[in-house]
Design a protein. Structure first.
Length: 150
């Protein structure tokens, strides 16, 4: 979560438009506290890392580039773990729809429904629909899909 302001903006401006205040305001929402460990307010030169508890540390990109990079790369690792969890859940649900694992019976799953279609042309259209369904569902759940070679 990042709030970017113009260069030399007062990130600590006490108004609701101040970068630090905006991040702290977002952390008042339970959903943001659950989803993010910290936010960043920056004007491009100054970088203020704000924890969900409201603590903050300021860095200057001209002097502290390596520290900023370390913190941002650490965030990427945390986000990647969260995305992996979302992806795993998504693929379990999608696999259930396709193959009938938990909530859908194997008889009623999408793959068996496609296999019982009479013509190859209709089956091909249904497989295309299946692929599009995967992409649409993934976009709704912020899932990272692997790139497959076909």
């Amino acid at each position: 979560m990042i709030e970017a302001k113009p260069i030399n903006a007062d990130l600590y401006d006490k108004s609701p438009n101040g970068g630090v205040n905006q991040i702290k305001g977002v952390f008042k929402l339970a959903e943001a506290r659950d989803k993010f460990d910290f936010g960043i307010a920056t004007d491009g030169l100054k970088w203020v890392f704000i924890s969900k508890e409201g603590n903050h540390e300021e860095f200057d990109i001209r002097k502290d580039f390596d520290e900023i990079r370390k913190r941002i790369t650490g965030v990427e690792k945390i986000l990647q773990k969260k995305m992996e969890g979302i992806s795993k859940k998504f693929y379990e649900e999608y696999n259930d729809i396709l193959h009938g694992v938990k909530r859908i019976s194997k008889k009623d799953c999408l793959v068996n429904s496609i296999l019982h279609v009479e013509t190859k042309k209709t089956r091909k259209k249904l497989r295309r629909l299946e692929s599009r369904l995967l992409v649409c569902c993934a976009q709704q759940k912020d899932v990272i899909l692997p790139v497959e070679k076909r």
